[in-house]
Design a protein around this ligand. Structure first.
Ligand code: ATP
Length: 249
């Protein structure tokens, strides 16, 4: 493991259910992502993308294999895992997951307060400016557009400067313009601020904002594209479909 490795999976396998109901969501996945990189994860529905993200983020425990975030293995009690996630992992989901009763400022500072840390007002102001919401601090989520709500969720993920941010279909509920703004913000957080980001998406245009794309099929990594264009991603996805059809899946 190098100093600059933000995420590492060694032979991660995840099986859901038991007996006849067993589903192998991840067959065997190993990967290493350097700090300060932006990686998209793509693949057909059911290929294991969300499971990969959940295991990598310590939200689910793998059936076998090991996960390391910033050099530390995700293991131990639920309490230890929760504490580790609060400090080292950020999340952005399709449905924003903001607390409706809290203001923008309160939503963004919640992870810091939950971790029992002092809120660094300068860091919070910097992040809210970065996402373009410095003038919306006292608004509640329902007073904001979908794109603005997602930018609050991104600020909430950025504020603790986590080792990795995991985003699961973060533009899925947004119109094209808001989606583009969110993707630009992700790029900026990586290129300017050195954030490490893993993005699960179905959209080749979204994936093209990343530095590289990992393709999953049947719970395995079956391809890797560096400096992706939307066209190259779409083309590769089509061939994944052919490969699966060829195997009778
Ligand atoms: N809690 C669970 N119990 C049983 N099976 C599950 C569970 N979660 C996921 N699976 C199965 O594991 C496989 C991988 O699911 P996963 O959600 O990771 O795929 P995905 O690539 O994210 O799919 P999508 O693009 O449709 O969101 C699927 O066959 C799914 O049905």
């Amino acid at each position: 493991m190098t100093d600059t490795e933000a995420l590492r999976l060694d032979g991660v396998r995840k099986v859901h259910g038991t007996g006849d109901n067993q589903v192998i969501a991840l067959a065997e996945v190993s990967l290493s992502l350097a700090a300060g990189t932006f990686t998209a994860v793509m693949g057909p529905s059911g290929s294991g993308k969300s499971t990969l993200l959940q295991c990598a983020a310590g939200l689910e425990r793998p059936t076998a294999g090991r996960v390391f975030v910033a050099g530390r293995e995700l293991a131990g009690s639920e309490t230890e895992l929760t504490r580790f996630r609060r400090e080292h992992v950020g999340f952005v989901f399709q449905q924003f997951n903001l607390l409706p009763a809290l203001t923008v400022l309160q939503n963004v500072t919640l992870p810091v307060r939950l971790a029992g840390k002092r809120v660094d007002a300068r860091r919070v102001a910097e992040v809210l400016d970065q996402v373009g919401l410095g003038d919306r601090l006292t608004h509640r989520p329902q007073e904001l557009s979908g794109g603005q709500q997602q930018r609050v969720a991104i600020a909430r993920a950025l504020v603790t400067s986590p080792s990795v941010i995991f985003a699961d279909e973060p533009t899925g509920a947004l119109d094209i313009r808001s989606a583009r703004a969110v993707l630009k913000l992700f790029q900026q957080s990586v290129r300017v601020y050195g954030q490490t980001l893993v993005l699960v998406t179905h959209d080749p245009i979204a994936a093209a904002h990343a530095d590289s794309v990992l393709f999953l099929a049947d719970g395995r990594i079956v391809g890797h594209l560096v400096a992706p264009t939307a066209e190259a991603v779409a083309e590769r996805l089509t061939h994944l479909g052919e490969d699966l059809a060829g195997k009778g899946v």
